[in-house]
Design a protein around this ligand. Structure first.
Ligand code: C5P
Length: 230
C-alpha cells in the first residue's frame, strides 16, 4: 500500500483548489515550481489549512547553506516532505537533513523520469552510462547522507528498494495507465507494479489533471495505490 499524491501542476491556485473540491479523498498534494512561483507560501498555508499533507517539490540543487536555509523555511511552513537533487552532493544533503530536524521528510531525486539513457548521458557529457547503476548510486548517496528516502522512476523501484532496505521512502512519479499519454515522461509504469515493487508514495499529475473525469481517474489510482501486496 502506498500514499497517492496529486501533483498540482496547474497555472493558478484557484484551479488547484477547484480540482481538490472534486477529490475529497485526497490526503497528499504536491506543489512544484509552477504554483510555488506564482502563488507562493500563502497557497501552501491554504492547503495545510484544508488538512492536506504538502509535498514541496522544488528539487533543490544549490550550495549547502542555501539549501539548508530553504529547508528551514519549508519546515517553518509546515511542509511534510520536500525534494532535493542528490547531484548536489553529500555536504548539501547532510546539511539539509540537519536543517529538517526530523520534522519534514527529505527525499533525493535520483535520475529524472523524463531522461532516457541517451539524454542523461548527454547531460553529463558521458557515453558510458548505465541508468540502473546511476539510480542505485544516487539512492545510496541520499540514504548515506541521512535523507529519508529517494525519488525514482517506477521502472527502478525494485532495485532502489533492494539498495536502500525496508525503511526509507521510495517516491515514484511517472505513473501511467496503458491509455495515458506519456507526454514528456520516458521511464513510466503502472501504479500497481510500483506498489508491488515497494513504492511508499505515488505521484500522479496529468493522468488526473487532464482526465475527462478527474475524480474517476483519481479513484482508479487510489484503488491501485491502496492495493495490499502480499
Ligand atoms: O503529470 P505527471 O504525472 O507526469 O507528473 C509527474 C510529477 O512528478 C511532475 O510534477 C514532475 O515535476 C514530478 N517529478 C517527475 N520526475 C521526477 C521528480 C518529480 O516527474 N524525478
Amino acid at each position: 500500500m502506498a500514499e497517492l499524491i496529486v501533483a498540482l501542476d496547474l497555472p493558478r491556485a484557484s484551479e488547484a483548489l477547484r480540482l481538490l473540491d472534486r477529490l475529497p479523498e485526497a490526503r497528499w498534494v504536491k506543489v512544484g515550481s509552477i504554483l510555488m512561483t506564482r502563488e507562493g507560501p500563502a497557497f501552501i498555508r491554504t492547503l495545510i489549512g484544508r488538512g492536506l499533507s504538502v509535498f514541496l517539490d522544488l528539487k533543490w540543487h544549490d550550495i549547502p547553506n542555501t539549501v539548508a536555509e530553504a529547508v528551514m523555511a519549508a519546515r517553518e511552513l509546515g511542509v511534510s516532505m520536500a525534494t532535493l537533487h542528490t547531484l548536489g552532493g553529500a555536504t548539501m544533503m547532510e546539511g539539509a537533513a540537519v536543517a529538517a530536524g526530523g520534522e519534514l521528510a527529505l527525499v533525493g531525486v535520483t535520475v529524472l523520469t523524463s531522461h532516457d539513457v541517451a539524454s542523461y548521458g548527454r547531460a553529463l557529457g558521458r557515453t558510458d552510462i548505465d541508468l540502473e547503476t546511476e539510480v542505485r548510486r544516487h539512492a545510496a548517496a541520499a540514504i548515506g547522507a541521512g535523507l529519508d528516502g529517494v525519488v525514482c522512476s517506477p521502472q527502478e523501484v525494485a532495485l532502489v528498494r533492494k539498495q536502500v532496505g525496508e525503511g526509507p521512502h521510495v517516491v515514484v512519479p511517472g505513473i501511467r495507465r496503458r491509455s495515458d499519454p506519456l507526454a514528456d515522461q520516458v521511464r513510466v509504469a503502472g501504479a500497481r507494479d510500483a506498489v508491488a515493487d515497494g513504492a511508499t508514495h505515488l505521484v500522479v499529475g496529468r493522468p488526473v489533471l487532464q482526465a475527462q473525469d478527474p475524480a474517476a481517474a483519481f479513484r482508479e489510482f487510489l484503488e491501485e495505490a491502496r492495493c495490499v501486496v502480499s
